[in-house]
Design a protein around this ligand. Structure first.
Ligand SMILES: Nc1ncnc2c1ncn2[C@@H]1O[C@H](COP(=O)(O)OP(=O)(O)OP(=O)(O)O)[C@@H](O)[C@H]1O
Ligand SMILES: [Mg+2]
Length: 345
């Protein structure tokens, strides 16, 4: 795949504080890359340096193989969509979408045609004459997307564009943005701190933590092979048992838990990660862990059973809906060691 965009050591400092540590990142042409991470991890900072809205403290940015580090924002061929839709309140929907074309002095016949196309892509063609205040939040966000797509930028940056929407509308718009991405063939860089959104939407996820990149990979790679405790805890639900590796076992409290095969048993501190869906309830006498059921959560598709293993340790097991255990029941928990992940510290 051709590389559309690349950062080499791109860095941002504000005084003594580091907003983005030197970052090397390559984004392929047409890729959907998500920057995922907790608040303050540097996602917006990275995005805004790519857009040209903030000046890097160091490093370089390449677009189509050319050094774009010092190009003005308007010269980079990049479109931006933010969480706040920032539509012009006094302009109609069609006028809002036409605005970037006006700025580029596109002819009026071409403008009319492109505005119609862009509004139809986001299914807002019948709202062309309304004003933003006459639209719902989701409709306003669609207009903001159309206003970005209308001038056909080859890179589109989206900073938490669905942050203000309710859950149903969010999930609906996630699918729409995915299908717009396929239709446009542009490179998308999408910022979110919602891990489910990142898993659902991305070709690759760039997981960020404390101003640096923690891990980059396809959603299943990050989920199945997290490189760190942080990555394991941030993506999906995890049970993490912190202990010490001795030979073929991990010592956790007074228990010896089997390690996943292949894990070269370097002795020392380690964490064993067991996803809730990899664990199962079992008879107490044939299980690795035992405890008391303190909560059962119905999630629609299945049940989440929360078991108190020790005064401060709870373990979550995802089970089928049938055979719901009683609150307070003593249960055992088992798993296939091959489905667990050992993280050395
Ligand atoms: N103009 C600024 N001056 C000083 N510090 C800043 C400035 N902008 C951002 N920072 C700091 O840089 C760090 C990264 O901020 P950034 O906005 O990139 O985080 P983020 O990952 O986008 O978080 P969020 O999910 O909350 O939007 C934060 O610690 C923030 O306080
Ligand atoms: Mg941000």
């Amino acid at each position: 795949m051709r590389i559309k965009l690349e950062t080499r050591g791109l860095t941002k400092r504000y005084g003594d504080s580091l907003a983005l540590a030197p970052t090397d990142l390559q984004v392929c042409d047409g890729e959907f890359l998500t920057l995922l991470g907790p608040s303050g991890s540097g996602k917006t900072t990275l995005l805004q340096m790519v857009s040209g809205l903030i000046e890097p403290s160091g490093g370089q940015l390449f677009i189509d193989g050319r050094d774009a580090t010092h190009l003005l924002a308007g010269q980079r061929g990049i479109g931006l969509v933010f969480q706040s839709y920032a539509l012009f309140p006094h302009l109609t929907v069609a006028e809002n979408v036409a605005y970037p074309l006006r700025m580029r002095r596109t002819s009026s016949s071409e403008t009319t045609k492109r505005v119609r196309e862009a509004l139809s892509m986001v299914k807002m063609d019948t709202f062309a004459d309304r004003h933003p205040r006459e639209l719902s939040g989701g409709q306003q966000q669609r207009v903001a997307l159309a206003r970005c797509f209308v001038y056909k930028p080859s890179v589109i940056l989206l900073d938490e564009p669905l942050g203000a929407l309710d859950k149903n509308l969010r999930e609906h718009m996630q699918l729409e943005i995915r299908s717009l991405h396929r239709g446009l063939g542009a490179t998308f860089i999408y910022v979110t701190h919602d891990q489910e959104e990142a898993l659902a939407m991305s070709d690759r996820i760039c997981l960020m933590n404390q101003a640096r990149v923690e891990q980059i990979g396809a959603p299943n790679e990050l989920y199945d092979k997290p490189v760190s405790r942080f990555a394991a805890a941030f993506l999906g639900h995890s049970n993490i048992l912190d202990g010490h590796v001795h030979g073929k076992y991990m010592q956790w409290r007074n228990l010896q838990l089997p390690l996943p095969a292949m894990s070269e048993a370097a002795s020392g501190s380690a964490s064993l990660l067991v996803r809730p869906e990899s664990a199962a309830l079992a008879p107490v006498d044939t299980s690795f862990l035992q405890g008391q059921v303190v909560e059962t959560v119905f999630t629609g598709a299945d049940l989440r059973v929360i078991v108190q293993i020790e005064p401060n340790v709870r373990f979550t097991v995802r089970t089928p809906r049938i055979g719901k255990p009683d609150l307070g029941a003593m249960v055992g928990i088992t798993w296939n060691p091959a489905d667990t992940i050992l993280l050395h510290q």
